[in-house]
Design a protein around this ligand. Structure first.
Ligand code: MSP
Length: 501
């Protein structure tokens, strides 16, 4: 991405569209926070109006129809309620999204139908009889050869025997093309382990055509196929199209117009890699549309090394974490504790550990000590009229680091969140060590006024750069540091991160 190539002139980034069958949990918030972090960084680099962050909700399909029924609501009423929960959570988590698309909106359903028509005309879709095993909750057909018992290999729930006429999309026809494309574009699927995973899958399996319809009598909560009103669209085929339906439309000649497409980055979890790295590129290719530049699949948050799920009763609500630790701590923890492509273990103890060391001890302390010294030694006025003249080892090292950080403009656009934060914290800790070793109280006692001024100046510079660098991760904290540093006079507030005992 940007660190390897030149800076893009627009940046279109997406999150998955989350299912509305259950309330949002920490997993959903992870992808969205990461996307927000990237979007904020890019807005600062290339301009506010050149960045588009899209998120939204995936509202059709059996899962949602069943969940709604269980609550005695219509699917749409039910979807309205959960969709709002996502929107509210994004507000709480300070997610500056530009657009929120729901798959029940007309701009989306129209585009899905248009895509179906175009592919139908291109003979990419055909009807055939299907007989086999089906997992309703996962909305997946399974081949006999993939099964040991008559339970879903993914969710272990019983399968249903299905015998019906359906519509199929010719995935198989594009198998070799996709493999060649992925081989020729190393950056298309990231991290590299996921690129290899998809290639291996394509090397070992011949793609089968994708069943993209469900008979209306079995499932009516979906987008009707324009050429077969007895069928609705398979929810995945429907949902993937959001990435184009949100930012453009097909003209009368079937030409898709959009100033944003192709997406620069689809951010997803590793669980939905196949749909994004196999189905979606083939759908786009069949439509003669450009492919997204990068699909990045991050790892999973686990609870005690176990999958999070309703049935295990271990689902963590992000709102509880925010109540306990604050928004910025939560955002920081998720992006700092685990490298983005890997799985991580989520626990409150781990958050507290990070909080006390990185936030309270390192960052919070640096700000508090610096402001206290400015209050005490300079009557709260930021020292003026000095420049740094004596460059000892500390100052040189700090300045080197400052330069390095400022130059890493791409930085987090490579999704190396934890590494970028580590680098920023190196700077913070260099400054903390600088304070301890310089012993400014002695400079003060010895009346070394200019030295003291220069010393403070370095710390202020570090804090300003830190505020700038952490902005995409912790927007409120960044603004609060800038505010406390003030223009001429500092305005020390309460400690940013009082230790949790
Ligand atoms: N609706 C589909 C996506 C359609 S995209 C066109 C879907 N929805 S989902 O609600 O199940 O959300 C899946 C996404 O949520 C994952 O890809 C990931 O981004 C996030 N996470 C869900 N659980 C997660 C963890 N335990 N850990 C990290 N992220 C996970 O699939």
């Amino acid at each position: 991405m940007t660190s390897k190539t030149s800076m893009p002139n627009k940046f279109y980034i997406t999150t998955p569209l989350y299912y509305v069958n259950a309330s949002p949990h920490i997993g959903h918030s992870y992808t969205t926070i990461a996307a927000d972090c990237l979007a904020r960084r890019m807005r600062r680099l290339i301009g506010e109006d050149r960045v588009l962050l899209l998120t939204g909700t995936d509202e059709h399909g059996q899962k949602i129809q069943r969940a709604a029924l269980a609550q005695g609501l219509s699917p749409k009423e039910f979807a309205d309620l959960t969709s709002i929960q996502f929107k509210e959570l994004w507000k709480t988590l300070n997610i500056a999204y530009n657009d929120f698309i729901r798959t029940t909106e007309e701009r989306h359903t129209k585009t899905v139908q248009r895509v179906l028509e175009i592919l139908f005309e291109k003979k990419q879709i055909y009807s055939a009889k299907y007989e086999g095993w089906y997992c309703a909750p996962c909305e997946t057909f399974w081949m006999q050869t993939q099964l040991q018992d008559l339970v879903c290999p993914d969710c272990l729930r019983p399968l249903e025997r299905i015998n019906e006429t359906n519509w199929f999309f010719k995935l198989s026809e594009h198998h070799d093309w996709l493999m060649e494309y992925i081989r020729g574009h190393e950056d298309f699927i990231r991290p590299v382990s996921r690129h290899e995973e998809v290639l291996r899958f394509l090397e070992l399996n011949k793609l089968e055509d994708l069943c993209i319809s469900r008979p209306f009598e079995r499932l009516n909560w979906g987008i009707p196929l324009p050429f077969s009103p007895d069928h609705v669209t398979y929810v995945w085929f429907d949902a993937l199209i959001n990435y184009i339906s949100a930012v453009g439309s097909f003209g009368p000649q079937g030409r898709y117009e959009s100033k944003w497409w192709p997406a620069d980055l689809h951010l997803i979890g590793k669980d939905i890699l196949r749909q994004h790295a196999v189905y979606w590129p083939i759908m786009l290719h069949a439509l003669d549309l450009a492919l997204p530049k990068v699909i990045f699949a991050h790892g999973w948050w686990l609870i005690n090394k176990d999958k999070m799920s309703k049935s295990r009763g271990n689902v963590v609500n992000p709102l509880d974490m925010v109540d306990k630790f604050g928004v910025d701590t939560y955002r920081y923890f998720l992006l700092r504790d685990v490298p983005f492509g890997l799985d991580g273990n989520f626990s409150e103890e781990a958050i507290i550990k990070r909080f006390n060391s990185d936030l309270a001890n390192d960052l919070g302390n640096l700000l508090y000590r610096t402001l206290t010294m400015i209050e005490k030694y300079f009557d709260a006025s930021l020292p003026q009229g000095v420049s740094i003249t004596v460059k000892d080892g500390y100052i040189n090292a700090i300045e080197e680091k400052l330069k390095k950080l400022a130059a890493a403009v791409g930085g987090i656009t490579d999704c190396n969140f934890s590494l970028v934060l580590e680098e920023i914290w190196e700077l913070i800790n260099m400054a903390n060590k600088y304070i301890e070793d310089t012993k400014p109280w002695n400079l003060y006692k010895e009346n070394k006024h200019d030295e003291l001024k220069e010393f403070i100046l370095v710390l202020v510079e570090v804090l300003k750069e830190t505020a700038d660098q952490i902005y995409p991760f912790m927007p409120q904290t960044s603004l609060s540091i800038i505010e406390q540093l003030g223009k001429d006079k500092v305005k020390k507030g309460k400690p940013l991160f009082p230790r949790i005992i």
